[in-house]
Design a protein. Structure first.
Lengths: 192, 192
């Protein structure tokens, strides 16, 4: 746990030089999330491939600290739906997050518990702000490139993955006529 | 005041595409801060030149939000001491800050109320973490280039400039034998 000042290298578009935590999420961790469940099952039966990785430096997970690191989302699709992160609300709902696009192209899918929805493009050299209360999921819409982002969020934020696992997001991003298109999620469930 | 998701362009090494606040600090705002007071007075009598600029986007200044923006510190020296920012503690002392070096070369001078001191180099593509409790000041050690950094800190942090204005930092950065050197601050005052 880092409690003193520190630095690490994070070349624009590249990998961090050091980290404390390396999280890897593969296809099997996304059960129920992709709208084309048949395509998901078939893909998973072939290979539980790696979808994304998160490199974190560990500072204390308390208010006033800033957790930060790098997210690397690999390219691909399940059916016509682009690879994406699990997505989550923060457990402390009233906490935001800053993203900085470093490589590749994608979208941030966001929504509030009250049903507001927003989808914004992420490209290298773009800052994206997720305000407090907004669940967020990144989506890699590139054909061949990783989507790499630098993120910063409050140390006490925590992660609520369960709400999204149950309901999904209201919007999903699929390829239509060869380009990324935001559509209503046919599997979205407005259940408590 | 921004309360919805938003994006802006921040090309690596360049200027933000938009902002809500543009803060400019000139030499006259640094009264008593440089150790060579004669050099300071003479320089100021010639021209109250611009030392640094901060571009901020405005989100609510409350806990859970993340204030962020870009700092541009111009190159130069007062006597042998490099141009620097005023430097500050956060008013809510237990709040940290994340910096990302985007252009130029410099140093972050940091210290705690208890007297711990740390000076770290800032270069493009380097993340620097200022933990809660650490006052911080950036110093441009480049001969001709701006020092440009992207910063993120908690919305409720606030700024305490007064403590540093009164006491200074324990360490300063001066040019010795043509290179940046960290020395004890001869003007530092351990007064309450």
């Amino acid at each position: 746990m880092r409690t003193q000042p520190f630095t690490f290298e994070l070349p624009f578009g590249g990998m961090p030089s050091e980290w404390d935590n390396h999280i890897q999420r593969s296809l099997s961790s996304m059960n129920g999330q992709y709208y084309d469940q048949a395509a998901y099952a078939e893909m998973l039966s072939e290979n539980d491939q790696l979808l994304y990785e998160v490199y974190e430096v560990l500072v204390p997970a308390v208010e006033g600290e800033l957790l930060h690191g790098v997210s690397i989302l690999h390219p691909g699709k399940v059916g016509s739906e682009y690879f994406m992160t699990k997505g989550h609300f923060h457990s402390v709902l009233e906490t935001g997050e800053v993203y900085y696009g470093m490589h590749g192209t994608g979208m941030m899918v966001m929504e509030t518990p009250e049903g507001e929805s927003s989808v914004m493009e992420l490209v290298p050299g773009r800052v994206l702000y997720v305000p407090p209360r907004w669940a967020h999921r990144s989506v890699n819409t590139g054909a061949t490139e990783d989507l790499i982002t630098f993120f910063v969020y409050p140390g006490n934020a925590g992660h609520d993955y369960g709400t999204i696992e149950q309901k999904g997001f209201r919007k999903i991003v699929v390829e239509q006529d060869g380009k990324p298109t935001v559509i209503d999620n046919p599997r979205w469930q407005n259940t408590p």
